[in-house]
Unconditional design. Sequence first.
Length: 278
Amino acid sequence: MYEKSFYNGNRMPQVGLGVFRVENDDSAKDAVKHAIKHGYRSIDTAMIYKNEEKVGEGIREALEENDLKREDLFITSKLWLSDYGRDNVEKAYQASLSRLGLDYLDLYLVHWPGTDEDLMIDTWKGMEDLYQDQKVKNIGVSNFNVEHLDRLLANVRIKPVINQVEFHPYLTQKALHEYLDAQNILMESWSPLMNAQILDDATVKSVADEVNRSAAQVIIRWNVQHGVVTIPKSITPSRIEENLNVFDFELSQEQMGRLDALNEDRRIGPDPLQFNGQ
């Protein structure tokens, strides 16, 4: 399993399973179990996905059936805006653990910057408390722009290890990526396949034909070669396997360039400067 290193020396698998918009039923449990059985070691969920219970069941059953230990896995969840504020973070974290049936998370993320910067900074202090009390292995952020990070980094004791953002060939976030590199903060992409929209792109399809791979594998490989951690979502067993099978081929510089050139600064998710959870 290919891993990326955080500035604190901890590591994270570069490709994991995302479960955004997966129901809190056996489809979530079965997707997680299938993923772990076929080599995935990273699972990403969030309080707001409302599927932590079934994701947790899948994790526990997969550990047992595959003779794995909890420390073999890397589990991420996220703090929602309704739980922001330093004094609320630990309670929300413990509630996620309880739903997942786990003793700790490998990564806990502030899900959005929100529109109140002082509250965002106060919330981060609660994340630092969790980390310093050794209740969580790593802390990070999600959907933060450069301006959010500038404000945050001016006020922190502990930097985020990662920023999970929207990133795909139509939104390459070059300035943000360079900023994160300079700060030694990893970049992670949620919904890298744009809810399958990107898979119909003519350039993506033509690169896929050239390397004899699926369009999804090309996009995931593009993420990997950009040094980005990614968590493609699928509940289809064959696609779950296919999405991880991206480490035995490479895209040429010319193919990477063609994919990069698709950038339109087009988002499918909310604008982080305006989103407040509503």
